[in-house]
Design a protein around this ligand. Sequence first.
Ligand code: UD1
Length: 450
Amino acid sequence: MSDSLSGMPNVMSIEGGIPLSGTVRAQGAKNAALPVMAACLLLKGQTLTLENVPDLQDVRTMADLLKTLGVTVETGTAASGTTPSAPGAALSHPGPSHGQMRFIVPEEVSSEAPEALVRKMRASSLVLGPLLARGGQAALPLPGGCSIGSRPIDLHLKGLVQMGAKIEIRSGVVYAQADQLRGRRIYLDFPSVGATENLMMAAALAHGETIIENIAREPEIDNLAAVLGSMGVPIEIEGTGCVRIKGVEEVHSGSERVIPDRIEACTYLLAGVMTGGQVTVTDVIPAHFDSMLAKLEEAGARFSVRRDAVTVFPAQRLQSLSLKTMPFPGFPTDLQPQMVAALSLAGGVSMVEESVFQARFLYADELNRMGANIRIRGNTAVISGVSQLHGADVRATDLRAGAALILAGLTATGQTRVGDMIHVWRGYEAIDEKLRSLGGRVELIPEDEK
Ligand code: UD1
């Protein structure tokens, strides 16, 4: 796996109106891979082996960050045994999903995360807890170019302070210091995914037991717990939204498989629903996206669920509905834009309320350029269903917005060009190849041919 997918073409051209048909395999989950990769920093002179790691820009950014800190990262593709090809070369993709990654962690690593990498990705903040726990200090530029006011990590920092850390923020850098973190009872004011993960990793090497209440219940949290367990950390997640972690003096080599990507899987299911085709997504855990299946059923979609695969069938036009994004097991905010794209073609008026992130409707203007009728009222999108979208030149405003525009393009008349695909490469492995395998007419084109 080479360092960057930034050479990938930045525009996707889509000829819409073709019912997709066939089977695709879900990739490993981006949001599970990133924290479990960061967890390797708890090791000293040991190795973490992960299977089913997707080849995504965010995964490469996290790998680069770990390498900069001193970790040796080895990649391979366990199932095929082949080495990924160079990104961007001849518009090809780096390789199949089922990748194995090994993280060989020396006794000493740097405690300072470099700004250039941290600013690329908010999930870089996940190195803070393990770095502090293993070495007693860590420096982390505030991630993702965000100020602490607008996209805060205050819950991460508050929990670390409760465990005995001293935190200072100077010139946009968080400096954390703690000779020995102490196990504590911590209540999260909001079930933040990242805060839960950071504090679980910090607690693994803390002195005594940490109990974190009101934790995020996303399946990615269980994946991280399994990784920590494989490293010898006694950890138990209780159904009441609480995790108990008994800190250990040192962790040992571990291994785990990254869970399937529920957001990617649902994006392909929506592609089937929206184009009126029959699409099967395999290698999934359907219980991870029950909320999505419930909403699809409510909207009148037809589908069947097996143990590790879901198939959607052609059906009548979707019916409008209301939904609100919520922490798991509620409807995921990361599927909100794709669902709005689907509802923009439903009969009637749908209401979609975003309760997890602010400003997550920036893409609505782009969908409206394709003929959708979406009005934003505060945190709610009011979607008056139209009978047909038409192709247009649009831009991905972020990762999931990009997915929503691609879905819209697949069902629109004529040609759609989705620009700023750089966002999409952060989270969707080989999306053009997967869509082509379903019969979609999509092509990647370099920006200058646009
Ligand atoms: C993770 C996911 C992201 C998903 C989100 C919610 C990864 C790498 N990313 O992001 O794709 O959309 O969960 O499911 O797993 N907040 C605070 N203070 C904090 C932390 C968070 O106010 O200290 C707020 C955030 O600004 C946001 C909300 O809580 O409004 C949810 O954030 P959080 O659950 O932490 O999401 P992430 O871990 O950043």
